[in-house]
Design a protein. Structure first.
Length: 53
């Protein structure tokens, strides 16, 4: 059941995929390789909203 799954996870050398993804994402953000999608969208939207007449 759940307990054996937990033990198997503890014994396994392969990390949890979700945790790995979070760690990789956090590292990329800290190194400036990955920008948060929402933040990037905000900054580009601000620049492109210039009135052209």
């Amino acid at each position: 059941g759940g307990e054996s799954n937990f033990i198997m996870q503890m014994m396994s050398s392969h990390p949890d995929p979700q945790q790995r993804a979070d760690n990789a994402r956090a590292r990329a953000i800290s190194e400036g390789l990955y920008k948060e999608y929402v933040v990037a969208k905000k900054t580009t939207a601000k620049k492109t909203i210039k009135k052209k007449k």
